[in-house]
Design a binder for this molecule. Structure first.
Ligand code: NHR
Ligand code: GAR
Length: 218
């Protein structure tokens, strides 16, 4: 069974869906620890309620990004995880950190990458008049939001959408695709070797597309 460390900064709804699917047996994995760079992140409470070890490492306590990242890596490595999952983790990670977890570091990003790397993705999709938006599960490489994408979760953009209504719809698809990608990795259905993805032994040349079920369209 694989061991996962989840990094969060906030609410932790993606963390919650992973906890839930582990508890129902849908994902065969163990969350060894949840680590937050903010002491007041509600996701820490979710982890405590689930009996998962929690750690707080506040970036403000460190002189530099590199110093924070080094301590973070030390903390993570105590748990010897097979996978480190960023779930709403809001700090850019230094190259050394990312390379230390080569092919083990996963992120969920709220856009259809390569569109809209970085922040304020919903607003940018609305301003561009996009008809579709969504979220991407991808491996993390030093270049921000540029690593190989496993799944695209696609949602429609409605004519009267605001940042809030669109963000809510994207969250719904995130809660479907992140557990799915982690399940595939946990069960070795998905492999990432020599920069190539295979799913059930077949080469994946583009991300798997998952669409929002109509009853969740809101
Ligand atoms: N680090 C690397 N090297 N590569 C990636 O792809 C990363 C990463 C760290 C985090 C998640 C991410 C996203 O999904 C992620 C991917 C934070 C920022 C950011 O600008 C950008 C992207 C992501 C997370 N953070 C500000 C910073 O100065 C702080 C913002 C805040 O605290 O609210 O780190 O898009
Ligand atoms: C998610 O929408 C995730 O895609 C986004 O933060 C949210 C976290 O929600 N990540 C980023 O924006 C990274 N830059 P959650 O805390 O409820 O899981």
């Amino acid at each position: 069974m694989i061991k996962i460390v989840v990094l969060i900064s906030g609410n932790g709804t993606n963390l919650q869906t992973i906890i839930n699917q582990i508890n129902t047996g849908e994902i065969n994995a163990e969350i060894a620890a949840v680590i937050s760079n903010r002491a007041n992140a509600y996701g820490l409470e979710r982890a405590r309620k689930a009996g998962i070890a929690t750690e707080v490492l506040e970036h403000g306590d460190f002189a530099s990004r590199e110093a924070f990242d080094q301590s973070l890596a030390k903390l993570i490595d105590r748990y010897q995880p097979d996978l480190v999952a960023l779930a709403g983790f809001m700090r850019i990670l230094s190259d050394a950190f990312v390379l230390h977890y080569h092919n083990k570091l996963l992120n969920i990003h709220p856009s259809l990458l390569p569109k809209y790397r970085g922040l304020n993705t919903h607003q940018r999709a609305l301003e561009a008049g996009d008809k579709q938006h969504g979220a991407s599960v991808h491996f993390v490489i030093p270049e921000l939001d540029a690593g190989t994408v496993i799944i695209h979760g696609v949602v429609p953009v409605m004519a009267d959408d605001t940042v809030e209504t669109l963000a809510h719809r994207v969250h719904c698809i995130e809660h479907i695709i992140y557990p799915k990608a982690i399940k595939w990795l946990a069960e070795s259905d998905l492999k990432f070797e020599n920069d190539r993805l295979t799913l059930h032994g077949k080469a994946l040349t583009e991300p798997v597309k998952v669409y929002l079920p109509a009853h969740l369209e809101l």
